[in-house]
Design a binder for this molecule. Structure first.
Ligand code: ZN
Length: 560
């Protein structure tokens, strides 16, 4: 691709062009502003290069010499890259009249490329730093066979249709804007209704699982974040402190120290443990504007957070409970396919070897007791303890990291928390951090894509739309509306003076699970006529029966 771009736009300078998990890209500095329309032309040139079937020839050069070579050609970005390489020599690959810095390996010749497609153009800062020049990035993908490429392009089309940013707009669920600031989410009424259903479910199930629910402030004195170690280890994700009456305060990036403070508000005995504190806690973390992405990467978000304080020999049992709970919660959202990872001790760590061994063993035992398959990520644990990560797979088979269960030997030590043992001596409890959905914003984004916006009844922004056929049905429609609202059903009405076919299409666009159409017959019979969003007709029933039917579906949290 870089060769083709150089041929077509000779003034272009080459920056960097790696292979990435879903294809490849190249960043260009060019006087030509690339658009989607340029891609077919570049593809044509690439096909010529492939057809010529020139061999890729590898050259090893001392760094100095390679840097001189690229400097003479005006390829300053390559010179910068060479200067950052630690080795004495670098490798270059050449085919025909094109030469580029590359670690390799390469195909034997250009003719080995079988199937490829250029996908998109985007802006990208040199070295990913917004202080640097904005370059132009072209993305592409390549496969060994045309068939695999075709399948992948169909997959990408499905991904595009499910994009939560697009569906968020179309279904009027949420927005973000420059007046509020990037990465800060406005939940519109329809999105907020979905969130309320998630939160209600979350709260009920947490109480049922033996958690106690907390609310804590959005900021705390900077000194607290010094004590926890966040100022030392987490600074780049935190915002600048603000001053209030001569003291510095920090907006919270995490909920943990607040939960510890509640733990410390009483003398705790071994009989109180395990203590499980949960909170839908809103945190703020600094993310560079370049990495923000819809709901998936934001600056303010609500974690479904909890901290379990327990004794060392309770870890296994608690982790087992958390695992069962997590899988139940995920299943309720239609995720029954997941991958589990156990991360072990990294090079830098706190806590004793014995404690690490015991905790890691407890996590392993809990996983095997549940008969769960998992992979070990050696050395990928956090410095304060081992952890289990659960990544769900959505309808398209894409993997999303949501749940995490982390053992912590550090905070109990740093914030000096203790419980009184049976022998009247004080001991350090173990702390387990856990989030099941991760962040509500991100989880919502994943759900939108997972369901392609067609939420199951219990999660739908509106459960049922009432559509009137003509003006004379409006009064009857309002009676039904009032009745259903009072029954706790989320209803909207369409009383506009429009054709019923048009109203049905409008409700279908919003993916509302049920529609109820009101005409003369229904008014006469004192009934309603129900149809599903897929067009299936459920038939005529009384409004009481309709309410019971909907409430049953909502409380059953079924997937359709
Ligand atoms: Zn925590």
């Amino acid at each position: 691709m870089a060769h083709a771009v150089k041929e077509l736009f000779p003034d272009t300078r080459l920056a960097i062009g790696p292979a990435i998990p879903d294809g490849f890209y190249y960043d260009f500095d060019s006087g030509h502003a690339f658009t989607q329309e340029d891609l077919p032309r570049i593809e044509e040139k690439m096909k010529e290069i492939i057809k010529a079937n020139k061999p890729f020839i590898k050259k090893e050069l001392p760094k100095e010499e390679a840097a001189r070579f690229f400097r003479e050609r005006g390829e300053e970005y390559k010179v910068q890259l060479i200067n950052e390489i630690a080795d004495e020599t670098v490798s270059l690959y050449e085919e025909d009249n094109f030469i580029d810095l590359c670690r390799g390996p390469h195909l034997e010749s250009t003719g080995k490329v079988r199937a490829f497609k250029l996908l998109s153009v985007a802006g990208a800062y040199w070295r990913g730093d917004e202080k640097n020049k904005m370059l132009q990035r072209i993305y592409g993908v390549s496969f060994p066979t045309k068939d695999e490429l075709k399948k992948h392009l169909e997959f990408l089309e499905e991904v595009r249709k499910r994009d939560h940013r697009r569906l968020g707009r179309e279904l009027d669920l949420f927005s973000m804007n420059d007046d509020i600031g990037p990465g800060l989410v406005l939940w519109h009424p329809r999105g907020a209704a979905v969130r309320r259903s998630i939160e209600n479910f979350w709260l009920d199930e947490h109480y049922r699982a033996g958690y106690q629910v907390l609310y804590t402030p959005h900021m705390a004195k900077l000194d607290l974040w010094k004590k926890t170690g966040h100022v030392d280890f987490y600074k780049e994700n935190m915002y600048s402190p603000m001053e209030i009456e001569g003291l510095e305060y920090e907006i919270k990036p995490m909920n943990c120290p607040f939960h510890v403070s509640v733990f410390k508000s009483h003398l705790r005995s071994y009989r109180d443990l395990p203590l499980r504190f949960a909170e839908l806690g809103t945190v703020y973390r600094y993310e560079r504007s370049g990495v923000l992405h819809g709901l998936l990467r934001v600056r303010g978000f609500t974690q479904d957070d909890a901290h379990i304080f327990c004794m060392e020999d309770q870890i296994e049992d608690e982790v087992l409970r958390v695992l069962e709970f997590t899988l139940f919660i995920l299943k309720t959202f239609g995720f029954s396919d997941y991958d589990i990872y156990l991360s072990t001790r990294p090079e830098k760590y706190v806590g004793t070897d014995a404690a690490w061994k015991k905790a890691t063993g407890a996590l392993e035992n809990a996983l095997s007791q549940k008969g769960l398959k998992y992979e070990i990520d050696p050395g990928e644990g956090v410095f304060y303890g081992p952890k289990i990560d659960i990544k769900v797979r959505d309808t398209l088979g894409r993997q999303w990291q949501c749940s995490t269960i982390q053992v912590d030997f550090n905070i109990p030590e740093r914030l000096d928390i203790t419980y009184r043992g049976a022998d009247s001596k004080d001991y350090r409890p173990i702390m387990i951090h856990r989030a099941l959905m991760g962040s509500l914003e991100r989880f919502f984004g994943i759900l939108i894509e997972h369901y392609a916006g067609a939420f199951p009844l219990w999660l739908s922004p509106v459960h049922i739309s009432i559509l009137t056929i003509s003006e004379r049905h409006v009064e009857y429609c309002r009676r039904i509306y009032d009745f259903l609202i009072a029954e706790g059903v989320r209803v909207d009405t369409d009383e506009e003076n429009e054709k019923i076919g048009y109203k049905i299409r409008k409700a279908a666009v919003l993916k509302t699970p049920y529609m109820c159409i009101i005409g003369d017959k229904e008014m006469e019979n004192n009934t309603v006529n129900i149809r599903k969003r897929n067009g299936e007709n459920i038939g005529e029933m009384t409004v009481e029966k309709l309410a019971a039917f909907l409430k049953d579906g909502i409380s059953g949290r079924r997937q359709s």
